[in-house]
Design a protein around this ligand. Structure first.
Ligand code: BGC
Length: 250
């Protein structure tokens, strides 16, 4: 079975039909640039472009970089404030011309994909996926079940929001060496470990491709820490998985 997945990110909006048996893209993905400012109307236009590129008319799952409850986007840390309190599901449904639209948090989507097809496969207990990018996204799983919208990137760490100190953007903005960045990550992971005692941390986001440069520098955390396996496509695959679950529940 195939469902369409779209990942709305800070720089690009990417989408493709997803083969849900394999947990992989069924065709090469199509990417357009994220508009700036990323207002709901402009983003919805670009999403329409991506979906139409494939002539797709079936169910669509979309990720959003903020809290999403029942199709409504609630926060907008790194996107236009116009998303706060918006019925995003209806906006996308109108633009795409049908109702079968599911919207969920971007890290939650990546987590769903990793837990089924990637580094979290067959893992029970408490698992936390963190995406290190412009912000820090989080997905918390308990025995394979997602606890949505955890927003652990906004935890306070030494008087600052964790994502302002330890995201990969923070590494660039503050010109941190791998060692200094790993030191900050260590403090963040230790804090999360104190709160949740997870069995496993999965580290996603573009920088996870360079995991060998910083994960070995993080010592003294009891939980296993591994890079994500699906890399770039985790959001698209997870969005399609969420849309498929919603379609089955209807
Ligand atoms: C947002 C999260 C999102 C993360 C990654 C954070 O600033 O609050 O909802 O998952 O960035 O995009």
């Amino acid at each position: 079975m195939q469902i369409f997945g779209v990942d709305i990110g800070g720089s690009g909006i990417k989408g493709a039909p997803v083969d849900l048996e394999r947990g992989d893209l069924a065709q090469d993905r199509h990417k357009v640039l994220t508009p700036h400012p990323a207002t709901p109307d402009e983003v919805a236009d670009r999403v329409g472009e991506v979906v139409r590129h494939f002539g797709w008319t079936g169910p669509v799952g979309l990720t959003f970089p903020g809290v999403v409850t029942d199709g409504t986007t609630r926060t907008a840390a790194n996107v236009d404030r116009g998303w706060v309190g918006l019925d995003a599901r209806s906006l996308f449904a109108d633009r795409l011309g049908h109702r079968a639209v599911t919207v969920l948090n971007d890290a939650d989507a990546a987590g769903l994909a990793e837990m089924t097809f990637g580094a979290g496969r067959d893992r029970t207990g408490t698992v936390i996926l963190l995406t290190l990018g412009t912000g820090i996204g989080s997905a918390l799983f308990v025995d394979g079940r997602l606890v949505p919208n955890t927003e652990l990137g906004h935890l306070e760490l030494h008087g600052h929001e964790a994502e302002k100190r330890a995201s990969s953007k923070a590494k660039e903005d503050h010109d941190l060496s791998w060692e200094r960045w790993a030191h900050r990550l260590h403090k963040y992971f230790a804090h999360l470990e104190m709160l949740f005692s997870p069995e496993l941390f999965i580290i996603g986001g573009g920088v996870s491709r360079k995991a060998e440069k910083f994960l070995p520098l993080i010592e003294g955390i009891r939980a296993e820490i591994v890079p994500a396996e699906l890399q770039n496509n985790a959001g698209i695959v997870g969005a399609a998985m969420a849309a498929s679950t919603a379609a089955t529940a209807d």
